[in-house]
Write a protein that binds this ligand. Structure first.
Ligand code: ZN
Length: 129
């Protein structure tokens, strides 16, 4: 039997120096590790636009579907950093895979590159600052 949770039990949500709450690892994670499968509600483009207009910022795109993660308890807290330590990879039509882009130390906040224009204007990371 396979599990999609991989290292999810070792992740925790707490206050972040980047923005609001963030997702943190409690263990060392080697580069390339599968961290966990990002799942949510698969929605249409029309529904995505509607929800984003209503302030939902937790929607991922996987080349097939828009995946709304606002009802999840962990992935929705992952913050943006241009110098991110995680990567979002293809998985299947209804999910994505979060993996370690580089070695991550216990206690480190997990970050991804959100990859849309506006985020770089708001970003306060060491590259943008
Ligand atoms: Zn930045």
């Amino acid at each position: 039997m396979t599990t999609d949770k991989y290292l999810e039990p070792f992740l925790t949500v707490k206050d972040s120096g980047i923005h609001g709450k963030g997702l943190f690892s409690t263990i060392d994670i080697p580069e390339g590790s599968k961290i966990f499968v990002i799942k949510g509600e698969a929605i249409s483009e029309e529904e995505c636009i509607k929800r984003e207009t209503d302030g939902n910022v937790y929607i991922f795109w996987n080349d097939y579907n828009y995946i709304d993660t606002s009802m999840t308890d962990k992935i929705k807290y992952i913050n943006h950093n241009c110098d991110c330590n995680c990567d979002v990879l293809e998985n299947n039509e209804e999910s994505l895979l979060l993996s370690a882009y580089r070695d991550i130390k216990a206690g480190e906040e997990l970050t991804i590159d959100y990859g849309y224009e506006e985020i770089y204007e708001l970003c306060k990371c060491s590259i943008c600052a």
